[in-house]
Design a protein around this ligand. Sequence first.
Ligand code: PRP
Length: 184
Amino acid sequence: MDQSDVGDDLANILLTEEQLRERLSELASRIDADYAGKDLLLVGVLKGAIMVMADLARHLHSSVTMDWMAVSSYGSGTKSSGVVRILKDLDSDLTGRHVLIVEDIIDSGLTLSWLVSNLRSRGPASVEVAAMLRKPDAAKVDVDVRYVGFEIPNEFVVGYGLDYDEKYRNLPFVATLAPHVYGG
Ligand code: PRP
């Protein structure tokens, strides 16, 4: 899927396919070096992280294992309430494992903050975070993120795993949506 397939739905392309690929390659080199000789478990957060997980894993030279969680915020009616429930838990036991959470985007940081403490309570050797995108201006809580792809403005973005109403996840780049799509 490409820009020509979505008519005038997009406003701007923020990050091209090539920019994403180059940055992931840099992050993968750092991760390979930081975890050399260690057994690493990548934990992808569904659904947004599917693209970054697939591409990051393929850039790594280390042999890693992969597992997935699906979580959802609820309670206040807003997505970033910070009250999170697990829709799909990990299949893996984290005891003694080095865990790297792989996220597509950190917005308020509330989901991730909850996730880090939840996984840390399971007895792992370490828990760190890799996120392709971070919106510093939207942060409501400070989360220590070891690997960040790009810091982006506080705008609604789609593509590369990110959706609007479950659409646009399979665009290969990150773009802002045209206001007419979301009634803006
Ligand atoms: C997105 C993203 C993060 C979370 C970030 O997931 O993948 O998990 O929101 O928001 P926060 O920093 O404000 O907590 P979303 O709930 O949209 O689900 P999805 O990955 O299935 O699209």
